[in-house]
Ligand binder design. Structure first.
Ligand code: CMP
Length: 137
């Protein structure tokens, strides 16, 4: 076959690349330093939930930031559907970044696979790099 006929298929799906892309795609995370992204990637652990499970309950104290690896979730606020989220997206970041309660509920529409990082680790990564940066001046 001619070279021009070849269709290239990209196989991504490594943990690091999925998480890095998800962070870069998120309005609140895309400005992180490269070192912070690397550390978040390092600290994220895998978890999974069955279809129908509540991942996040609106109004709760937030303890975890997630990256969705596989499956679909639905975001609702006061019972109203806001959107669905698919693989490669961050969610659950707002309560941790803004130190507020969960702004919406997130429910698994399918069995899902997630990468997770706990609030304490996430905030430490945010602060540590900020501190190093600050101390350079
Ligand atoms: P958090 O408030 O921690 O928990 C609920 C999550 O749902 C929130 O973080 C966001 O990641 C997500 N979320 C809230 N509102 C919206 C929205 N309007 N569209 C998409 N995602 C949302």
């Amino acid at each position: 076959s001619k070279l021009t006929d070849v269709t290239l298929t990209s196989y991504r799906k490594t943990k690091d690349e999925l998480i890095q892309r998800a962070l870069m795609d998120n309005d609140f995370m895309k400005h992180l330093e490269h070192g912070q992204i690397l550390t978040i990637m390092d600290c994220m652990y895998p978890t999974s939930l069955a279809k129908g499970c509540c991942v996040i309950q609106e109004g709760d104290d937030g303890s975890t930031v997630y990256v969705l690896e596989e499956g679909m979730v639905e975001v609702t606020k006061q019972g109203k559907k806001l959107c669905t989220i698919g693989p490669g997206k961050v969610f659950g970041e707002l309560a941790i970044l803004y130190n507020c309660t969960r702004t919406a509920s997130v429910t698994a529409l399918t069995d899902i696979k997630l990468w997770a990082i706990d609030r304490q680790g996430f905030q430490t990564i945010m602060m540590r790099t900020g501190f190093i940066k600050h101390s350079q001046y």
